[in-house]
Design a protein around this ligand. Structure first.
Ligand SMILES: [Zn+2]
Length: 254
């Protein structure tokens, strides 16, 4: 059976169409990938952070030298004191203002996921380490955040809590600090910050306005899976240890 010329033409046309269409989608896919990727580099190229634009899936690549230089957490008030000393100095009530104390109602029980540091209103707040990226900002004094709570019978649910003006900063190890109840916010989303950046001023926004509590900084630390933890547990590591971070970092390559 002879193949007609018209058949060959149709086959070539279909093949061309397939190439053009797949090319179109491949270019779209690449564009999307590029748009969703932010690349940050730091001094002497020792750190590169690639992160999707929503910062939900960050990727970290850094050298041991970088960790040794930048692993240290400082006081959010730019003081040269250890975190334990900071907690002793600023926590007003030994139990109620620590991490993990029970909050909320019997119907919606939750834990205090940060520590409350009592300082005068409008005290400047700084990042905890010398390199960070601002990943969440709200200049809204009534800003709400969804937090986990427990209903009677052990049912896990979530409840909205008014955090007020809020800033979240992501650090190289994948740890984030959250500052809430701020009166003023001076940073923008995606901004690179260091120890000299004034993040904002402590204040009275959010649910503490009518609580009778004085102005304080609510400080939360969260790991790369967005789980809060007691700052004292993490910041007890005073020795320089690149190995420690290399062992504990979770590198998410997707
Ligand atoms: Zn608090």
């Amino acid at each position: 059976m002879r193949i007609k010329t018209s058949h060959i033409r149709i086959v070539i046309l279909i093949a061309l169409l397939v190439v053009v269409i797949s090319d179109f989608f491949y270019i779209k896919y690449l564009e999307k990938k590029i748009n969703n990727t932010n690349i940050f580099s730091c001094e002497s190229d020792s750190l590169i952070v690639l992160s999707s634009s929503d910062f939900k899936k960050p990727v970290y690549a850094f050298t041991a030298d970088f960790i040794d230089t930048f692993y240290r957490y400082e006081s959010p008030f730019k003081e040269k004191i250890e975190f334990d000393e900071l907690i002793k100095k600023y926590i007003r009530n030994r139990w109620a203002d620590h991490y993990g104390c029970v909050r909320g109602t019997r119907e919606k029980k939750r834990i205090h996921e940060g520590i409350d540091l009592y300082v005068p209103e409008n005290t400047p707040v700084f990042p905890l380490s010398n390199f960070g990226i601002v990943t969440e900002v709200s200049d809204n004094p009534h800003y709400m955040v969804l937090v986990e709570c427990e209903k009677p019978g052990g049912i896990i649910d979530s409840v909205k809590i008014e955090y007020g003006k809020t800033v979240r900063i992501l650090y190289p190890e994948g740890i984030a600090s959250i500052y809430t109840h701020l009166n003023e916010v001076f940073v923008e989303i995606n901004q690179k910050v260091d120890k000299n950046t004034v993040v904002g001023l402590t204040g009275l926004t959010g649910n503490i306005r009518n609580s009778g509590k004085p102005s304080h900084l609510h400080l939360e630390l969260r790991d790369s899976k967005n789980r809060s933890f007691d700052p004292r547990n993490r910041l007890r590591f005073n020795q320089i240890s690149a190995e420690y971070f290399l062992q504990h970092i979770s590198i998410d390559t997707k």
